[in-house]
Design a protein around this ligand. Sequence first.
Ligand code: CTP
Length: 403
Amino acid sequence: MLKGKKIVLGITGGIAAYKAVEIVSRLRKAGAEVYVIMTKEAAEFVTELTFREISGHSVSSDMWSKVTHWNVEHIALANLADLMLIVPATANIIGKTAAGIADDLLTTTLLATKAPVFFAPAMNSNMYENPIVQHNMKTLQEHGWHMIPPATGHLACGTAGIGRLPEAIDVFTVIEDFFSAVQVLKGKKVLVTAAGTIEPIDPVRFIGNRSSGKMGYAIAREAQRRGAEVVLVSGPSALQEPAGMRVIHVETTAQMREAVIKEFSDCNVVIKAAAVADYRAKEIAENKIKKSETTMSIMLEKNPDILQELGSLKKSGQILVGFAAETQKLLEYAKTKLLKKNLDFIVANDITKPNAGFNAETNLVKILSRDGAVEELPLMSKKELAGIILDHVIKKMEINSKK
Ligand code: CTP
């Protein structure tokens, strides 16, 4: 997938700069052409010579040095790039880019490129967690630039925490994955719901569930990777918002319903991974409820079933996928939901199994199709499962288009 791809790799002044050597080497072995730009500070940590040898091209570092490419250099590099990767990305380069500052070759190239840009931040934990740095990363992500999250572990400054540059193989894999995505969903709109909805009881409390959003976010990212226009409707989640897609944040089931119904008519695919609150408090107390008796009850009333409503609105060609989180009679309950809600597929999830369901990194599911087929899948990462769910969707789209 990387064969012939031109990657402009920016190296900034962090202790992890030496790890860029292995990344360049891996990219080249996979067939990519790598052009290295080093900042002045990077040159304090690693030498141009190393990168010239390992990349096979002269290293650019100075706006004013002798021209080595055929054009104004930052524009030439910006235009030539199929992708730019900044590794390690210091708080400084992130801040400068987020502010639109272009005061050296790397920052000018970054502002001039139309290629996808990936930053691999690496710095001390306190710097990484600094709200200004976080804000700058978010700004870049909102403009569709990508962050490769740092790893947690021992840091060069002697402390431990978040901020380590991930291993070279992990950075390489992110780039490889990016290019390997077949853009089969280009031109398709995919709506994904994720995390759980919550229902307030009084100004302080709410009724909620254990959904983390990991499954839904993984599906949204995978659909985006395959070229779809993705809208993610998410209940409260601690997860980082995925870049380059529209994210609509909601809290209650009513808000999720409103957002989903508004988007539905021109959607090609809807995947409802959210754990939706089936009931809400009949009355939300205006003030904090004080404790009094030994027992108390809260009257609940039923929420609308969003997926069932979509099932009744569904036009031919639209694909609806639901989830069924069950603790018993998995197949029986999942099948009932598949039919009742007029779905194309349902992902049945036995949440009593270890490493499956809420908040886990992995999931163990069976996928039931409308034609009666049941695919029993082994335990796998939510990212991998997201890919399989989308494979089913794409196959179904192909069948629909032949009808
Ligand atoms: N769902 C929905 N609106 C609701 C409840 C559920 O859209 N009010 C969707 C979920 O997003 C999921 C599917 O319906 O894709 C099944 O959700 P689940 O909670 O497993 O089932 P319920 O239909 O709520 O039935 P029960 O709680 O009785 O198991």
